[in-house]
Write a protein that binds this ligand. Structure first.
Ligand SMILES: Cc1cc2nc3c(=O)[nH]c(=O)nc-3n(C[C@H](O)[C@H](O)[C@H](O)COP(=O)(O)OP(=O)(O)OC[C@H]3O[C@@H](n4cnc5c(N)ncnc54)[C@H](O)[C@@H]3O)c2cc1C
Length: 424
């Protein structure tokens, strides 16, 4: 088994994407981080005529953007009932509609830029791990219908689940056809090619070491020299360091882990997931799984929030959970085990902000393939002067210096989650 990202091994970063040989001296906007957020922002800015440089410490898409499950599902990570209670019904309706549009946005970007990334409206299946969770699904669907006018989700009673999944591990489900799926590396690298075509400069192997305010903007000191920019956007999500103290206190990293099997026979694929849905369960330490475009079972999750688990050990634990769902996969070899960092905020909401003159957009909490793409577009439009407001800019952004010490507090959060999951 290889301990590397399957997606990027299957579809390596293309060598023919133009990158800047020399760091430019001055740009209008410097974007730190070359994932979905940074690249969607760059696309909008370059199309609006701004001189843009995207600075990425590795190759473009190297972070979570090429490592994820490739699932585009509705909603934000924060529960809709909580959003409604905290921000009111009107804003909750806005966020729900916005999150649905984010899936359409990715479809548009992929189509407009001819990105061949196995995009498909595959739909998803949310699976109840306890009978009480099935009842929660039922009341959630009723709320979506009554207060949000949303009627796409369908409840599947325990006796009907077999039509969607070859597993008896669950107590009912919700199925929704609106969700989509991509091959994340193909989407990320195709996006990089589109950004390069738009005229933005792609500066890879460029690590920003320090940000210094100066007259008319900022100086960005990097391992390749210093760049001056009128505006700076941090698009570093789970890889955010202390370039900007205030931005760092609003987010902390958590690890997510994935394994894939070798390709499965067609009959077994059809048995495990007859409609090729994106699937996840209702536990706090949730699992997410799907068939890959080449017919492997991809299975992700975590049983610990650490970003530094041993990849063989995490593969063994994930394989146990996979076999609990699908005993049919007991003897199927694994080919890859890898990890990536999620960016978690204290309210589980994404945020746009500006601190000490530096802009940031982050905080997808593991639910960011479409959300980061759309928020990147939105912050790009704000910087380009093509929009003046964003609901993500207006909501309060809880911060706490404890964010720097995630290694100290995450074990307690993990224990609390485990306890909740173990209770009937
Ligand atoms: C294992 C895993 C599975 C996931 N599965 C799903 C899923 O199925 N569905 C879903 O919706 N979401 C999923 N997510 C979340 C989703 O992938 C992320 O929300 C999204 O990719 C975030 O994009 P981003 O551009 O904000 O950040 P990233 O893609 O993480 O990009 C940030 C970049 O910043 C760069 N960087 C950081 N500091 C510096 C610096 N100082 N100088 C230069 N560059 C810097 C990093 O190298 C990195 O490439 C998953 C995430 C992981 C890790």
């Amino acid at each position: 088994m290889k301990t590397e990202n399957f997606w990027a091994e299957q579809h390596p970063y293309p060598k023919n994407i133009p990158v800047c040989e020399q760091l430019p001296e001055r740009v209008d906007v410097a974007i730190v981080g070359g994932g979905f957020t940074g690249m969607n922002a760059a696309l909008v800015l370059a199309q609006a005529g701004a001189r843009v440089a995207v600075l990425e410490q590795n190759t473009f898409g190297w972070g979570a953007s090429s490592r994820n499950g490739g699932m585009l599902t509705p909603g934000l990570k924060a529960p809709l009932s909580w959003i409604r209670k905290t921000h009111g019904l009107e804003l909750a309706r806005h966020f729900w509609g916005w999150a649905l549009e984010s899936i359409d946005h990715v479809e548009r970007v992929v189509t407009d830029n001819s990105i061949a990334c196995d995009w498909r409206r595959s739909g998803h299946l949310a699976l109840a791990t306890k009978p009480a969770h099935f009842e929660r699904f039922r009341s959630n669907l009723a709320m979506l219908d009554r207060d949000f006018g949303y009627r796409n989700g369908r409840l599947l009673a325990p006796s009907e689940v077999a039509t969607e999944i070859g597993s008896t591990a669950f107590h009912g489900a919700v199925v929704d056809d609106v969700s989509g799926s991509v091959h994340p590396a193909k989407y990320a690298f195709g996006l990089a090619a589109a950004v390069a075509r738009s005229g933005a400069l792609l500066c890879e192997d460029t690590r920003v070491l320090n940000l210094q305010a100066e007259t008319g903007g900022h100086a960005l000191r990097t391992n390749r020299g210093t760049l001056h920019a009128r505006e700076v956007l941090l698009a570093t999500n789970g890889y955010t360091t202390n370039l900007n103290f205030r931005a760092r206190t609003g987010i902390f990293p958590v690890g997510s882990y994935i394994i894939v099997t070798e390709p499965l026979p067609a009959a077994l694929q059809a048995e495990l997931s007859p409609r090729g849905r994106m699937m996840y369960d209702s536990a706090n330490f949730l699992i997410y799984f799907r068939l890959t475009p080449d017919g492997r079972m991809l299975f992700g999750g975590r049983n610990n929030l650490s970003t530094a688990l041993d990849l063989h050990d995490s593969a063994r634990r994930l394989q146990e959970r996979m076999v609990a769902v699908y005993p049919q996969l007991r003897d199927v070899p694994l080919t890859h085990s890898w990890t990536g960092k999620l960016g978690i905020t204290f309210d589980l909401m994404p945020h746009i902000g500006r601190v000490n003159g530096v802009h940031y957009a982050y905080g997808y909490c593991g639910h960011g393939v479409s959300i980061s793409s759309y928020l990147g577009k939105e912050v790009g439009e704000l910087l380009a002067g093509k929009r003046t407001a964003s609901a993500f800019l207006n909501i309060a952004h809880p911060r706490n210096p404890v964010a720097f010490f995630e290694r100290l507090f995450l074990p307690f959060v993990a224990q609390w989650y485990r306890l909740q999951d173990s209770l009937a």
